[in-house]
Design a protein around this ligand. Structure first.
Ligand SMILES: Nc1ncnc2c1ncn2[C@@H]1O[C@H](COP(=O)(O)OP(=O)(O)O)[C@@H](O)[C@H]1O
Ligand SMILES: [Mg+2]
Length: 407
């Protein structure tokens, strides 16, 4: 690899996501996949760690260390940190590869960011050594990565559910026909879980625990829920969502958790979520640890899937609503294509069980989860660097979705 002759062999595609950053190296594939997190010294301002190392410090940091997610809500919340994080990842990938410098870089950014923020990303990549920087919108990269026929005269719908934003777009002939970007995605689902356990069980948990609960037992629809025989299943879902509000709740205090929490920090110990089997209906249960809001003491709590489904219903509905609005604003012909070919889900949120079924039943349209949904955007930017000339035609056709700058 170090001896690769062609300059373009070192071109990079970067998925600068609100939750995760992935780097694709031309000819090699995805070589880096780390959380978009920077740990900073609040006093001196210096960067302590970036990526995986920094994420493990969230919620456990000593008071002078702050873990920052520079792109948190799909906008660049912290300009300077975003720049440093991007530079860190580019340097890390360049690492010991000789003559890696001055690559051409395609960066995928959330569609909602402003032109000032776009320029900041370009500057950051340029500062980090890029010869030329191209920006590509997340839904376009996701669609390319998911293998949709973006250049053909066929309407395709892509729904990319990330950490901070859900991006919905209808793509045809290499351009975006209509799109929505909403700030309701994985983080909002985590927050809904944390709010639920606080409201219903006076238990304070951190965002990492909430995310782990979502991944362990989260679901957007009961097992077996699918649009065939819609009416009955819809009623079942309603009952399920209503019943979960006052559903069973075991307050198994102080079971099996490793080490009692030693301080106020609700995430101060390892092993945030423990699986504890399933309910008779075949749904999952888990045990979590947090701090009781009333007593201030560490407490454990058992949760089951139906409760989480209830807890996250609002953000799930908001995601469904973004899809509805996009379908509403879609011209009839591409809409017809979508009815035939279905909606494709990408991003980590696509892994939430039952979300595909909920969307499918809401619109009576087939919904397909892309293969490796967390990688689609990086693979899409990768296809751009692998096949730069083909990308150019797509770029020319969509001047608003792509901004090219010369370094
Ligand atoms: N198995 C899973 N079930 C539900 N959500 C998941 C799962 N795996 C990852 N996620 C969520 O996906 C989001 C990250 O997705 P990603 O596409 O990397 O986001 P971004 O593009 O914004 O960086 C996070 O909110 C994470 O909690
Ligand atoms: Mg993404």
């Amino acid at each position: 690899m170090a001896h690769r002759k062609s300059f373009s062999g070192r071109d990079l595609g970067i998925d600068l996501g609100t939750a995760n950053t992935l780097v694709y190296v031309r000819g090699e594939g995805i070589v880096l996949n780390e959380p978009s997190v920077v740990a900073v010294n609040a006093v001196g301002g210096e960067v302590i760690s970036v990526g995986t190392d920094a994420k493990s410090t969230i919620g456990r940091t000593p008071s002078h260390v702050v873990a920052v997610r520079p792109l948190r809500d799909g906008v660049i919340a912290d300009f300077d940190m975003a720049e440093r994080m991007l530079a860190h990842f580019i340097r890390k990938v360049a690492g010991n590869r000789r003559r890696f410098s001055r690559p051409r870089v395609v960066v995928c950014v959330p569609a909602g960011i402003t032109s000032v923020e776009r320029r900041a990303v370009v500057e950051a990549a340029t500062t980090a050594g890029a010869r030329q920087v191209y920006l590509i919108d997340e839904p376009m990269a996701a669609a390319i990565g998911a293998g949709l026929p973006v250049s053909e005269p066929v309407g395709s719908m892509i729904v990319d559910i990330g950490g901070g934003t859900t991006e919905v777009a209808v793509i045809s002939l290499g351009g975006i026909v209509t799109a929505r970007s909403v700030r309701t995605a994985g983080d909002a689902i985590d927050a809904a879980i944390a709010n639920y356990v606080k409201r219903e069980h006076t238990l304070v948990i951190g965002e990492r625990t909430a995310e782990e609960v979502k991944m362990a037992i989260g679901s957007a629809a009961p097992a077996g829920y699918w649009p065939d025989g819609l009416g009955l299943l819809d009623r079942e879902l309603e009952e399920d969502l209503g019943a979960a509000a006052d559903g069973p709740m075991d307050d198994a205090s102080d079971a099996a958790g490793p080490r009692g929490g030693r301080e106020a920090d609700p995430e101060s110990s390892v092993g945030l979520v423990t699986a504890v089997g399933s309910t008779p209906e075949g749904e999952q249960r888990c045990r979590i640890r947090g701090r009781d809001q009333v007593s201030g003491l560490p407490k454990t709590l058992e949760l089951e899937t139906a409760q989480i489904r209830h807890a996250i219903n609002d953000p799930v509905e908001m995601i469904i609503d973004a899809v509805r609005q996009t379908l509403d604003s879609c011209p009839p012909e591409p809409a017809g294509d979508i009815m035939d070919h279905g909606i494709v889900l990408t991003g980590g949120g696509a892994l939430l069980p039952g979300l595909d079924a909920r969307l499918s039943s809401a619109f009576d349209i087939p919904v397909i989860v892309a293969d490796s949904p967390l990688d689609c955007v990086a693979v899409g930017t990768g296809k751009c660097v692998e096949n730069y000339e083909a990308l150019r035609t797509v770029m020319d056709a969509t001047p608003n979705s792509y901004l090219a700058y010369k370094g």
